[in-house]
Design a protein around this ligand. Structure first.
Ligand SMILES: C[S@@+](CC[C@H](N)C(=O)[O-])C[C@H]1O[C@@H](n2cnc3c(N)ncnc32)[C@H](O)[C@@H]1O
Length: 321
């Protein structure tokens, strides 16, 4: 058996406090990652509970499964009631319905895991030199190199503007297209250098973030259709909650708690809007009126938690006022 993975789950205490896991419940983890949250929940639901682990990344999923089995059933990990589903969480609700699984708690901790960002071969970070890949699902056909080397200049500019909220998007797109006329852009440092050369800074002015941050974010979101997947999950939550109200069976039940952790406003905005709309329609109760963030202590130990924003809602049954 391999070593346990050291991993800090973001907003760990708040996730447990707001999802309120109980013995025997079903926890659906849309983004299993390294299994940090799943292990925490496992201790509360015990061996009579069930955990569904989903992730696009096969390597992470295997790690999450190993850790969660040990957390759920330390004496006999193989007996732990764990269902593993590899794929995009956009398809997860249908997979659950197919298997007759109804969730008591759902968690989506969006974005990337440290195993992915810290691996130069995944091409996610301009801090490491690596191939321009960025795919969460390694079997997916389109990577970041394909986008920067084939899309027309306007589409590259639109993509960087929309998904990176980068005000120099047009300049960056032009630089990319100019450079690829000479040779394909294949590595993270090639792209980071190009972006740096395209972004103007007046003398003495320093940006608080690396100039390539927004461009890398934009490409990552596009390669993995991150916002499309989130929209799809939110639609399934609404559909599932409507079914609960009409007394039909689906993947949610009366009282299912749903927590979504976002790391930037492009993710948090649709979550907020969707939860508020479902609340207005009487489908859910808002457990958090404002997003929950990390405290100073957590941020000191895990700087990535600084931008985490969690929103939680609870599905209301037909008897609700
Ligand atoms: C921030 S990590 C999750 C960490 C996890 N909560 C933990 O405590 O270990 C995000 C994970 O979600 C996965 N992921 C992101 N978007 C996804 C999607 N649309 N469908 C499935 N998995 C996704 C990534 O591959 C990554 O492993």
């Amino acid at each position: 058996m391999s070593e346990p993975y050291s991993h800090i789950a973001v907003l760990a205490d708040q996730v447990v406090e707001l999802l309120q896991p109980q013995l025997g419940q079903v926890f659906v983890d849309c983004t299993a990652g390294l299994g940090g949250h799943a292990c925490l929940i496992a201790r509360h639901i015990g061996p009579t509970g069930m955990i569904v682990l989903n992730d696009m990344d096969a390597g992470n999923l295997a790690r999450a499964e190993e850790s969660a089995r040990r957390a759920m059933s330390p004496d006999d990990p193989e007996s732990a009631n764990i269902v593993v589903i590899q794929g995009n969480f956009a398809q997860l609700p249908q997979e659950l319905v197919k298997r007759g699984i109804v969730a008591d708690m759902v968690l989506a901790d969006l974005g990337f895991a440290s195993t992915q960002v810290d691996d130069p071969a995944r091409g996610l970070s301009f801090r490491h030199s690596g191939p321009l890949d960025m795919r969460m699902d390694q079997s997916s056909p389109i990577d970041a190199a394909e986008l920067v080397n084939t899309l027309p200049v306007k589409e590259i500019g639109d993509l960087i503007k929309q998904f990176g909220e980068e005000r120099h998007a047009r300049r960056i797109a032009s630089k990319i297209v100019e450079a690829r006329e000479l040779a394909p852009i294949e590595t993270t440092d090639q792209l980071a250098d190009l972006v740096r050369s395209a972004v103007p800074y007046s003398k003495g002015q320093r940006s608080p973030i690396h100039p390539a941050t927004r461009t890398f974010q934009a490409l990552r979101i596009a390669v993995n259709d991150e916002l499309g997947s989130l929209e799809s999950l939110l639609r399934s939550v609404k559909f599932g909650a409507q079914k609960v109200q009409s007394g039909d069976s689906g993947w949610l039940n009366d009282g299912t708690r749903i927590a979504i952790i976002a790391f930037h406003s492009l993710e948090d905005r649709p979550v907020k809007q969707s939860f508020v709309r479902m609340n207005t329609d009487g489908l859910v109760e808002l457990i958090t009126r404002k997003p929950v963030g990390a405290d100073e202590r957590e941020i000191a130990g895990n700087p990535r938690s600084r931008s985490a924003k969690m929103r939680v809602c609870r599905v209301l049954g037909s008897k609700a006022e």
